[in-house]
Design a protein around this ligand. Sequence first.
Ligand code: SF4
Length: 108
Amino acid sequence: MVTDTRRVRRTDPGEPDDCPVFTLHKAFVPKEAREDIARGCRTAGIGCRDCKAVLLEHLFRFLEPVWERRRALEKNPERIWEIFEAGNSRARRVAQATMAEVRDALGF
Ligand code: SF4
């Protein structure tokens, strides 16, 4: 991923607010850790690799419950079909109600 282009060398300070990696930090990394990253970036105290490692650690922590749920569902394909059926049934009810409104509005 492209980072702040000012950080050509590990010793070049950067500006996290101009870096797409830091945008992801804002979404997944707690404020205190994010402030450390921003400081490290601006002072060249950390490299982009260190910065991305912190991001990945928090991103994986966020995604692990999703992956866990997926693994559980993979072991129970029947449950997946039940979920599909429930969604299908809900969607059909909504579509029927919408079509009833449309027919009503058109005077059918
Ligand atoms: S240290 Fe992080 S925020 Fe700073 S330029 Fe590198 S990847 Fe971007």
